[in-house]
Write a protein that binds this ligand. Structure first.
Ligand code: 173
Length: 319
């Protein structure tokens, strides 16, 4: 008995030793320009992992769209071209149509982790993206439609509006012509008049100089930004408990950074006003009608393309 116990302890010691001695290095990319709004917190996350995980796990940050086109990031984490990605579901709806629903889920991540939403979305990522859903950021940051032509009601007839899957259905429902581009092409599209407007979150338009080519911000804010940190599932499974703990602890910390966004949003709205970007507000009734319509067309579209997971996600979203 005593011998057996000793042998057991010895075996555990041997098993653990090589893993602890070896620091694992994970390659990471972001689908947004380096140093900008939707990469910044991910970059802080990397710093934290590299500090807390010294000798255990290290992230090698490859960078953003200069290294990899944003719409290819989802596939790159699926195929293990990279181990970690900072990417919005809007950029991988080709692989996971129901990813378009994540913008409709606005509950804080602490709640989503308690009520089964995180678990369900993690399963979807396991199955369709061969990845682990480590974190979701920006649940409390909404989107807007920005315009260069003044409208007198919420109607996009005759307007060409730059979109991603986030805004496509609502732009079409309100009569606009959607043009899909990566964020890197927005400035030129506006400058050349190829687009009369664009969808983008309330924050971040200054990062790439879009304030210089933007006249109006349409109210109300709608949906909920989601940018996820995904880990290739094979890379995740190959980690030991200590390595996973460093990443998980940093992920929870990262999600907690959303609380900073309340002040950031206020400051950005003020900065937009100071830059001469005028808010177009059509009052509470028109705003409510827009929000209802935006919600309806988005869920219809998701449920049509994902008849099984769509309704389940809607139930979890509670809207
Ligand atoms: O507009 C976009 O490119 C987009 O879909 C998005 C999604 C999340 C954060 C920022 C932009």
């Amino acid at each position: 008995m005593r011998l057996k116990l000793l042998a057991g302890v010895f075996a555990i010691g041997l098993g653990a030793a090589p893993a602890m001695a070896q620091e694992v290095v994970l390659r990471a990319v972001t689908s947004f320009a380096e140093g900008t709004q939707f990469s910044k917190n991910f970059e802080r996350f990397i710093e934290k992992v590299n500090a807390d995980g010294k000798g255990v796990v290290r992230i090698n940050y490859i960078g953003g769209p200069r290294a990899m086109p944003p719409f290819e990031v989802g596939n790159a984490v699926r195929t293990k071209v990279v181990d970690i990605a900072n990417v919005t579901g809007a950029f991988y709806t080709n692989l996971m149509p129901e990813a378009d629903a994540f913008k409709l889920i606005a509950k804080p991540m602490s709640e989503q982790r308690r009520n089964g939403t995180w678990e369900y979305i993690n399963q979807l990522h396991n199955q369709k993206l061969n990845s682990y859903y480590l974190a979701r950021q920006f649940h409390n940051v909404p989107f807007h439609i920005y315009l260069n032509k003044k409208i007198d009601k919420i109607d996009f007839s005759g307007l060409k509006i730059r979109v991603t899957p986030v805004y496509r259905d609502v732009v079409e429902a309100l009569g606009g012509t959607p043009i899909t581009t990566a964020p890197g092409e927005v400035y030129t599209a506006l400058e050349r008049g190829v687009a009369d407007g664009y969808g983008w979150p309330v924050t971040g338009i200054f990062d790439l100089g879009w304030d210089k080519v933007t006249k109006f911000r349409m109210e109300p804010p709608f949906y909920s930004v989601e940018v996820n940190v995904l880990v290739n599932l094979d890379s995740w499974k190959a980690l030991n408990d200590a390595q996973r703990k460093v990443l998980t602890d940093a992920a929870l910390w990262l999600e907690g950074l959303d609380s900073e966004k309340v002040a950031v949003i206020k400051a950005e709205r003020e900065r937009q006003a100071a830059a001469g970007i005028q808010a177009l507000d059509f009052g509470p009734a028109a705003s409510k009608a827009f929000l209802d319509r935006a919600n309806d067309v988005a869920w219809q579209s998701v449920i049509k393309r994902a008849p099984e997971s769509g309704p389940k996600l809607r139930q979890l979203a509670g809207n």
